[in-house]
Design a protein around this ligand. Structure first.
Ligand code: LLP
Length: 438
């Protein structure tokens, strides 16, 4: 996994740092990120566009993992940034990220969030619905400013992925329908809005996608529509944003293709179709989240209790679970893991890894082959870099783990461990009644 290997002490090493040492210093659970791997993935996407001479933006979908250090790393790699809330935008502001490379997503951006975006003069807003189109025009007019926008459209493409995270089909809470005429109506409205500059169209067909077909079909459909719009309304697009969703390998069952392959096929399809209709090549933007950070993240846990159900199962419990990784409980997501302090030892038993939450569904991995594990052994769960920390929660009032970046044999703390004081920080005692402000 990534640049993980086994060192002379027989321990798992990430980015040249012994995971046992990381645990000694930072405790468990802890999220560890291999920074070199994130850089490699970012360059993989960017270089493919550069080699083909295609003007592009690779926007990191920060919902996958948003912290100040991560946003700064994205900036160092020349990525743009996709944010979907005031909180993610605030993180980008706090990180000093260049505002002109920020794209703001979301199906229900509040007035306050839109004003924040306008005041900070961000790169563009991806408008999701008619309500937002009207509100944004009004707010820009009030503020006497102009905002670049993309229209999010649903091209009606179904990507092969888990139902929960399928967003490209027409019956979706996101975007303007391409087939039902909504997108065209939005186009005309946007062209008519003096304070909005319509850069182009956006679509996102799903997540954890293993094939290029969906992207190719979506690009083709959108370009056909753009051709009609050019003829009917004289509209020519500057930007075509095809979203994120490139799949990664969590277990042997997953067979992803290289990031460059997705990009190559997308470029080829866009070029072919634009040429066929005699239209100018637009900039191509993409928004990878998982494929930039997913396999760069590893979570380290300490093993605690063991429960045997005779002749049925061995439950091994760890000091984390659905609070730091909700994906198994929410999506039935699968992971692979090893004992970080003895990764090469032969498997001797099959165990099921249980989280520590008061919920039977809090199971991290079923039927994992492991060497005989004792309490205090360290379990390393791979590929937890995307939607792990970002979806972490405080169920059972469990504090969130810290985040450590490793690079060049050095481990640096980039998010502190939450404390019990943090857990009660916003609580008010019963007696001091919170009074409503008049
Ligand atoms: N762009 C848009 C508009 C999106 O909605 C998403 C993800 C992305 C880009 C990035 O997709 P990625 O490259 O990371 O697949 N919590 C789920 C994933 C939800 C994805 C939501 N949108 C999970 O843990 O699998």
């Amino acid at each position: 996994y990534g640049t993980s290997s086994v060192n002379e002490a027989g321990h798992l090493e990430i980015g040249g740092v012994d995971t046992v040492k990381i645990v000694e210093e930072f405790g468990t659970p802890v999220y560890v990120y291999d920074v070199a791997l994130i850089r490699e993935r970012a360059r993989g996407f960017k270089d493919t566009f550069a080699k083909r001479g295609i003007p592009a933006q690779v926007a990191y979908a920060s919902k996958a993992f948003s912290t100040i250090a991560m946003v700064q790393l994205a900036n160092e790699e020349g990525l743009s940034l996709d944010v979907v809330s005031g909180g993610e935008l605030y993180t980008a502001i706090a990180a000093g990220f260049p505002m002109e490379r920020i794209h703001f997503h979301g199906n229900n951006k509040s007035k306050e969030e839109l004003l924040m975006a306008i005041e900070h003069n961000i790169g563009c807003i991806v408008v999701d619905n008619f309500y937002e189109l009207t509100l944004l025009q009004e707010l820009c007019e009030q503020k006497n400013s102009k905002m670049a926008i993309l229209l999010r459209v649903t091209p009606g493409i179904e990507a092969h992925t888990h139902d929960y995270i399928l967003t490209g089909q027409e019956d979706s809470k996101f975007g303007f329908g391409l087939q039902n005429g909504q997108a065209e109506e939005a186009l005309l409205k946007a062209m008519d809005s003096p304070n909005l500059e319509l850069l182009g169209l956006h679509c996102h067909i799903g997540s954890q996608i293993f094939e290029t077909t969906g992207f190719v079909l979506a690009a083709k459909k959108i370009i056909e529509t753009l051709h009609q719009w050019k003829q009917a309304h004289g509209y020519e697009t500057k930007v075509l944003n095809l979203g994120g969703g490139f799949g990664i390998r969590y277990t042997n069952e997953d067979q992803p293709i290289q990031p460059s392959e997705y990009v190559e096929e997308i470029i080829t399809e866009v070029e072919k179709n634009m040429k066929q209709f005699g239209m100018n090549m637009p900039e191509i933007w993409i928004e990878p989240g998982r494929s930039l950070v997913g396999d760069a993240g590893t979570t380290l846990y300490k093993i605690g209790s063991r429960k045997e159900v005779p002749d049925v199962r061995q439950y091994l419990a760890i000091d984390g679970g659905m609070t730091d990784n909700i994906r198994p409980a929410l999506y039935d997501a699968k992971y692979e893991a090893v004992l970080a302090n003895k990764p090469l030892m032969e498997a001797e038993e099959t165990v099921s890894i249980a989280g520590k939450c008061c919920e039977s569904g809090d199971m991290l991995i079923w039927n994992l082959p492991l060497p005989k594990a004792n309490d205090q052994d360290i379990l390393a769960v791979f590929c937890t870099g995307a939607y792990g920390y970002s979806m972490a929660n405080n169920y059972n009032r469990i504090p969130k783990p810290p985040v450590v970046f490793v690079e060049n044999k050095e481990a640096v703390l980039v998010v502190k461990r939450e404390t019990y004081e943090d857990i009660v920080r916003l609580d008010l005692p019963l007696k001091e009644k919170a009074t409503l402000k008049k």
